[in-house]
Design a binder for this molecule. Structure first.
Ligand SMILES: Nc1ncnc2c1ncn2[C@@H]1O[C@H](COP(=O)(O)OP(=O)(O)OP(=O)(O)O)[C@@H](O)[C@H]1O
Ligand SMILES: [Mg+2]
Length: 283
């Protein structure tokens, strides 16, 4: 690459390089959304199959045993499984449907639950315990779909960092002074060595060989996309990691201003940009 690119240089079709980059970025974002959905389809199909097996088995038990307690128990199990199936479809359909970039007051509890419902079984399979500590945080002004994409990326990365199992902690706290909500995804996985930490947000940087047994990971676009999304929210994404102990990613998201009239398109005016910080702090 001896030559420097001139930002105003135009291609054969007269479109400036800057515009071409912008168009390609937008296309890449669209492709990433589809990839994320594709990955989820395989997870969801497995989940669904599982739920159906539960329903079929308890229906059989209910038909075989005529006594009321057994039938009640079977019906209860069937209802629970069906509710779970409904949650799974709602979450995936919500992601597929909502393609607008609108940022609006959003409940983090719901957003986290929607993300977790898609990965619950995977976490159990890899013997990962999941803890949620969500303070009474205010709503955040975000595009729920995009933040859900960020969460899925962080949760899948965390899962992949703990092949032998471990602990996953999701925490949300209100940073009143900054007017932000801090959302942390912490794992007890392999950690990231200092020299790699500064590269993890680079496009196409990956230490994975390719998709794993669950069909996820390996493109090196996950964290780059997370950073782009958080930047578009005037938020921050930070990482702390200790090799052998684990990693914590923290998203700083703009809280809904108290007393502010809730407006669907309210965008916070904050001069904060996304940044990654490398730190030796134990996690
Ligand atoms: N929680 C984590 N623990 C340890 N390493 C991590 C963690 N999260 C990210 N990494 C490292 O950062 C790299 C980049 O992550 P990123 O999500 O951008 O790409 P990827 O997971 O490799 O592929 P994909 O684009 O499919 O997400 C990973 O390959 C991994 O080396
Ligand atoms: Mg990833």
């Amino acid at each position: 690459m001896g030559e420097r690119l001139n930002r105003n240089e135009r291609g054969a079709d007269g479109v400036s390089l800057e515009d071409q980059v912008r168009i390609l970025r937008a296309q890449l974002n669209e492709a990433q959304k589809l990839t994320a959905l594709g990955e989820l389809t395989s997870t969801t199909t497995h989940e669904f199959n599982n739920v159906l097996m539960t329903i079929i088995n308890y229906a059989k038990i209910g038909m075989r045993h005529k006594d009321e307690p057994t039938r009640d128990k079977a019906l209860e199990k069937i209802l629970n499984a069906a509710n779970r199936a409904a949650k799974i479809t709602n979450s995936v359909l919500g992601m597929a449907r909502n393609r607008s970039d609108k940022q609006e007051p959003t409940d983090l509890h719901q957003l986290i639950d929607d993300s977790m419902v898609l990965l619950e079984r995977e976490m159990t399979k890899y013997r990962i315990s999941v803890e949620k500590h969500i303070d009474a945080v205010p709503q955040v002004v975000v595009n729920g779909n995009q933040i859900q994409q960020v969460m899925l990326n962080l949760l899948i990365n965390a899962r992949q960092a703990m092949p032998e199992g471990g602990r996953l902690i999701i925490r949300a706290t209100h940073d009143v002074a900054a007017g932000m909500v801090d959302l942390t995804v912490r794992d007890s996985g392999c950690g990231i060595p200092q020299e790699k930490l500064r590269r993890i947000f680079d496009r196409f940087y990956s230490t994975k060989d390719g998709p794993d047994a669950s069909g996820k990971g390996g493109t090196g676009l996950g964290l780059a996309m997370c950073r782009d999304i958080i930047e578009a929210h005037h938020g921050r994404i930070r990482v702390e990691s200790t090799v052998g102990k684990g990693t914590a990613f923290t998203l700083k998201l703009p809280a809904v201003k108290v007393n502010a009239k809730p407006a669907a398109t309210a965008v916070p005016v904050l001069g904060i940009r996304a940044q990654s910080t490398a730190s030796e702090n134990p996690v």
